[in-house]
Design a protein. Structure first.
Length: 303
């Protein structure tokens, strides 16, 4: 099979609409819907855990009385393994939706692909990978389907070094199925420190308090999250509990991502890619037809 013509990526799409239950299998839509269900269940599980096991941060006077430590209090264990399983189920179904669509394209109108065992949905971050997919089986497809597959490849619209929804779905699914469970955890997203929590033993002392939050600790019950350095000897005004804002985090390629903002993008971007593959690009005057880069909160990897 020869490589595509140079202008293949700019060819206008034909009008072949793949409709599940009519001229196409319902399997891709069903797999996406099941992935959506698992993603919503994960979100609900986190909300339920947050409500039933409220996490607080207690201000504790240090032994040297030179400040306060902020200590995490978690009344119940964090169900990170359960969250990992639910996330893995969501990712597997999203990935399967694309493989099911590729299989349907390869067999559309009773076509008989030469290498049916080679059929899978390619996710290419560089043109070389796309050329390999063409030689493997994509080159046999109807030109319109080939064009649509090319459109959604990450190397066409994701800047170098930026995360791609399709690539993350694929890599995390592979990790969940073949390597190890996904690294999901809970951590503090924000902490309100308003209000006086101490007073100086010597009321005439002049000092500037300084807050130092630790980034090298894993969130757990009893962990010191940070310290308020008072600069002089202090005494507690009263016991103070601070309610932190929590988030579920996912570690991927040495970076952490906020699952709460990532999951809705997985749902939306997977659906948008499937719609392009089944119906072609939206009209140019459709405001929902343009690509958007993945936008999630990213932090350094946990130590």
């Amino acid at each position: 099979m020869t490589d595509p013509e140079p202008d293949e990526s700019t060819l206008p799409p034909q009008q072949i609409h793949l409709v599940g239950g009519s001229n196409f299998s319902t399997w891709p839509d069903l797999k996406w819907a099941r992935g959506n269900t698992h993603a919503k269940a994960l979100e609900a599980s986190f909300v339920e855990w947050s409500a039933s096991a409220p996490v607080t941060v207690e201000a504790v006077l240090r032994e040297d009385r030179q400040g306060l430590d902020f200590v995490a209090r978690v009344p119940r264990g964090i169900p990170k393994h359960e969250w990992s399983l639910m996330l893995g189920d969501a990712l597997h179904n999203f990935r399967s939706a694309f493989d099911a669509l590729a299989w349907g394209m390869a067999h559309f109108n009773d076509a008989q692909p030469a290498k049916p065992k080679a059929i899978y949905f390619p996710i290419c971050t560089e043109p070389r990978q796309w050329n390999d997919a063409l030689k493997s089986w994509v080159g046999e497809l109807d030109p319109e389907f080939r064009h649509r597959l090319h459109i959604v490849q990450p190397f066409n619209y994701v800047p170098p070094g930026m995360p791609s929804v399709l690539r993350m779905i694929h890599d995390l699914d592979v990790q969940d199925k073949h390597k190890d469970f996904l690294t999901v955890s809970a951590d503090i997203n924000g902490l309100a420190l308003d209000g006086a929590t101490f007073k100086y033993e010597n009321t005439e002392v002049i000092a500037t308090p300084r807050i130092e939050m630790r980034t090298d600790v894993k969130f757990a019950d009893g962990v010191v999250l940070g310290t308020l350095h008072a600069g002089a000897t202090v005494e507690m005004v009263g016991q103070v509990f601070l309610r932190p804002a929590m988030q579920v985090q996912l570690t991927w390629e040495g970076r952490t991502y906020d699952v709460g903002t990532m999951l809705p993008q997985f749902i939306t971007e997977a659906r948008r890619c499937l719609d392009i593959l089944m119906h072609g690009l939206a009209p140019v005057d459709d405001p929902d037809g343009e690509w958007s880069e993945m936008d999630v909160k990213v932090g350094p990897a946990p130590q």
